[in-house]
Design a protein around this ligand. Structure first.
Ligand code: URA
Ligand code: SF4
Length: 207
């Protein structure tokens, strides 16, 4: 399984976005509503990489518009990162879910899906050429840094992203959904503050 066949060589972001609507690089396209490619400034100095679209992103075709996205917007604002500086995408471009009655429950993408979808991410990094990449959560971090990467041990520090995504700086942090899953109250406030602190570190590295 690989998206490679569908990724046009040397294409700009607009062309990649159009081409991704045709992707059949893995089976996730079929139950999903649509591909969710990316948002933001294709010349932005900071590239945020999430895991995969969620339920609302799948319906609207735009990344980070659901609850996790709203939390992320608050964290970015607190870290002083302007939307104009950002290009936002996901490691996997189709929503993976299981159905429980009428509800669609997020299912973590498998290593095969991450690998299959990676040619899109490679093309995006090559085209956007960001000064800094921020991996939101373990899926994004593993997609770019390899399956041995442990976010619990290496989050919050600026590392060197190896080829084909680098060389360029990368910082891995918590996924905003992980913050949402933390018990409301002081624990969640602490997790949120940790996300903001990591985003500040990323912003400082490109300032
Ligand atoms: N979570 C992600 O990782 N990406 C989105 O686009 C939405 C939620
Ligand atoms: Fe293609 Fe990625 Fe969607 Fe799989 S998840 S069909 S590889 S765009």
């Amino acid at each position: 399984m690989s998206a490679e066949t569908w990724v046009p060589a040397g294409a700009g972001i607009g062309e990649l976005r159009r081409a991704a609507t045709e992707c059949r690089g893995c089976e996730l396209w079929e139950p999903a509503t649509q591909v969710v490619f990316s948002a933001g400034n294709p010349r932005g100095p900071v590239m945020l990489v999430g895991e995969q679209p969620g339920d609302q992103e799948d319906r609207r075709g735009i990344p980070f518009v659901g609850p996790a996205g709203q939390l992320l917007q608050r964290a970015l604002a607190e870290a002083g990162i302007t939307v104009a500086d950002l290009y936002v995408t996901n490691a996997v471009k189709h929503f993976r879910f299981t159905e429980q009655g009428k509800r669609r429950i997020h299912a973590t993408p498998q290593a095969t899906h991450i690998r299959a979808c990676r040619p899109w991410l490679e093309a995006e990094v090559a085209e956007v050429d960001p000064r800094m990449v921020v991996a939101l959560g373990a899926t994004a971090a593993k997609a770019m840094l390899g399956p041995a990467f442990r976010i619990t041990q290496q989050r919050g520090t600026v590392l060197e992203l190896p080829p084909p995504f680098g060389p360029r700086p990368v910082l891995a942090t918590l996924h905003p959904s992980a913050v949402l899953r933390t018990q409301a109250g002081p624990e969640q406030a602490e997790a949120f503050a940790g996300l903001v602190a990591d985003l500040r570190t990323a912003a400082a590295a490109v300032a």
